[in-house]
Write a protein that binds this ligand. Structure first.
Ligand code: NAG
Ligand code: NAG
Ligand code: NAG
Length: 599
């Protein structure tokens, strides 16, 4: 097996001139695959799956060699001496894992959730990375994704999955939760979605559940398919675990922040006054008592909500502009919090930074809790439960803008799709560009599927939903005109646009196409799919390819409630696309959504 080279950002992983380095890595990937298959079999009936799994993995390994070469020949970089595939994931050896974690490692773990798709799992993972950093511990991350949709035939999808359910909602006992809708489920390794070697190089030491079990020689059949941490099964002798429950992490009475706020002295605050007051002016003070009463009703407030609450309490000196209002709040003893606006609450895009406010008495820093007993001396700190729902990106608030921004940069630089997926996405984006003869092109993510029944789609009716999306794209074209002027590359009125959607109704899809939409299936040739290998059989993996296409469009319209849209936005931001080059279609009709478009 190829030895994993941990954490060497500056040292080349392999000698730069070697021409076909993919082979040993690919074999490593196959061995990793065998291991994952072993893990995929935690229950009695799957003993047989283990042996078929081994055969399957051998075939997979030899096929992978072929794909790697084909892929490289078609899409590899052309530069002399640089022709190599980027590193594919392979399960590190125990020795390499020991090197990654060092001696006397301290871990932080957080539950995963089996019934969430990759993008939901991704932002839970992102929050785990943050919390582990705050704790100064090594994160151990869930590493399975239950794919829910097969893009080819069921037999292929079943055949390549680590584990398979024909009727997923009949297996609540195994996965510990229920999906929004029934259907098949195919367990895949997270390395099909996420570039783990890159994550380790940019983030630092981390382990996947599988790697952790491997490192401590824990029986792989004890892998808990619910993706929750299993204290009983995952505690090797000598390691102690302390659990922080969901209520201890966060309840309705306090706000969880990263670190203690640095409260500025009265003198420092007053030193800002001349600049804010302008010539001869003043900034009126708010009553500290009123601020306390108004903000006491809940832990954290957006500036808009705080203004309204203060006005309701009869405070009439509230400044209309945010800068002076923030000063008034700080002067009155409130704590400023740095986070992201509610526009990204559900999709967790690392965008739309915002300032919020709280009372000092409601602040609970995670760093303080975890550096005190019983957490401080535990080998493993385990955060239980669902720590992301209705929470901001990162799962907590920041007490400094620098920390918030450094979290943004961390996620944008370290979380990315595996090399093959990125390269295929780039290739499809080139095809889009060719479709519009090199002009700029726009793209949208029209999320339907289970969102329609839980009323998270903007419209139940697919045609109305599509038309609203198309209107949003037209506004996007206006934005492009504003920014670029008529430079000859603006989209023409009848130019096609890219549409990522999980809609499956053939009537609706042909309507979308008749109105200018180009879908993945219109661009993806069998040759493209073959280059991705077996993962191309799953719509869940293809959705990550589509995110790469969306990331490369000149304007993007996402779905506010969708983490897949959020991931596409993050991929855009990571590529340096501008904040103005995307917008989100909210779930609700009416004013709120329209106002957002003007913003
Ligand atoms: C841990 O896994 C075992 C099965 O191996 C299961 O019976 C138990 O309920 C799990 N513990 C938790 C807390 O989920
Ligand atoms: C951690 O500290 C607490 C309180 O000081 C103590 O009771 C406990 O035994 C310690 N645990 C370990 C693993 O050292
Ligand atoms: C597909 O959509 C059309 C038009 O909305 C509808 O009449 C038809 O029943 C749908 N087909 C299925 C299989 O749901």
């Amino acid at each position: 097996m190829a030895e994993y080279q941990p954490l060497e950002i500056d040292t080349p992983i392999r000698p730069p001139k070697r021409r076909l380095p993919a082979r040993p890595l690919v074999i490593g990937a196959a061995v990793g695959f065998v291991f994952l298959i072993l893990l995929g079999s935690s229950h009695e009936p799957s003993r047989q799956a283990v042996s078929t799994g081994l055969t399957k993995a051998k075939e997979y390994g030899s096929k992978l060699n072929g794909w790697a070469e084909d892929f490289e020949a078609s899409y590899g970089p052309k530069g002399k001496g640089t022709l190599r595939l980027e590193e594919e994931y392979a399960l590190p050896s125990r020795k390499a894992l020991r090197r990654i974690v060092g001696s006397d490692p301290k871990y932080l773990v957080k539950d995963g959730w089996a019934t969430y798709g990759y993008n939901n799992g991704r932002y839970m993972l992102e929050a785990t990375l943050l919390m582990a950093k705050i704790a100064g511990r090594i994160p151990v991350i869930p590493d399975s994704v239950w794919a829910r949709s097969c893009a080819t035939d069921a037999e292929t999808c079943e055949g390549h999955a680590l584990r398979y359910f024909e009727h997923r909602n009949e297996h609540r006992d195994v996965v510990g939760a229920k999906w929004n809708d029934d259907g098949a489920a195919y367990k895949l390794g997270i390395e099909n979605f996420l570039d783990i070697p890159h994550l380790r190089k940019t983030y630092g030491p981390l382990l996947t559940y599988t790697e952790y079990l491997h490192l401590y020689s824990i029986d792989p059949s004890l892998y808990d398919e619910s993706l929750r941490w299993n204290v009983t099964n995952y505690s090797p002798p000598g390691l102690t675990t302390v659990t922080m429950t969901e209520q201890e992490f966060q309840d309705r009475t306090f706000v969880r922040v990263d670190r203690p706020p640095r409260m500025r002295s009265k003198e420092d605050i007053m030193a800002d006054l001349p600049r804010l007051a302008g010539e001869g002016g003043d900034v009126p003070r708010l009553s500290a008592e009123t601020v306390k009463l108004a903000l006491g009703a809940k832990p954290a407030w957006s500036l808009t909500a705080a203004r309204d609450a203060l006005k309701r309490r009869g405070e009439d000196k509230v400044a209309a502009d945010d800068e002076r209002f923030v000063w008034q709040l700080e002067e009155a003893g409130a704590v400023l919090l740095w986070t992201y606006s509610d526009e990204v609450l559900m999709n967790k895009a690392m965008a739309r930074p915002s300032t919020e406010v709280a009372l000092p008495s409601t602040i609970r820093p995670l760093s303080t809790a975890l550096s005190s007993p019983p957490y401080s001396n535990a080998s493993i700190v385990y955060l239980t439960g669902n720590l992301h729902d209705q929470r901001k990106p990162g799962g907590l608030y920041f007490t400094s803008p620098l920390e918030r921004d450094s979290y943004t940069r961390l996620i944008l630089s370290s979380i990315r799709a595996p090399p093959r997926i990125r390269k295929l996405g780039a290739r499809l984006a080139e095809k889009m560009s060719a479709q519009v003869e090199g002009r700029r092109w726009v793209a949208a993510h029209l999320r339907r599927g289970d969102f329609v029944n839980i009323a998270w789609a903007p419209e139940r009716d697919p045609v109305r939903h599509f038309e609203r999306t198309k209107e949003a794209l037209e506004r996007g074209k206006e934005v492009l005109r504003t920014h670029f002027g008529d430079d000859g590359r603006l989209p023409r009125p009848d130019d096609p646009f890219y549409l990522a959607t999980d809609e499956t109704n053939a009537t609706s899809l042909s309507y979308f196409r008749s109105r200018g939409a180009i879908l993945l299936s219109d661009l993806l040739t069998p040759q493209d799919s073959a280059l991705l290998g077996p993962p191309a059989a799953y719509t869940d993996v293809l959705a990550v390819v589509e995110q790469q296409v969306l990331a490369r469009s000149d304007y993007f319209v996402g779905s506010e409630m969708s983490s897949t849209s959020g991931g596409a936005v993050n991929a855009r931001l990571a590529r340096g696309e501008e904040e103005w080059s995307w917008g989100l279609l909210g779930r609700e009709e009416g004013r709120r959504a329209r106002r957002r478009w003007k913003a």
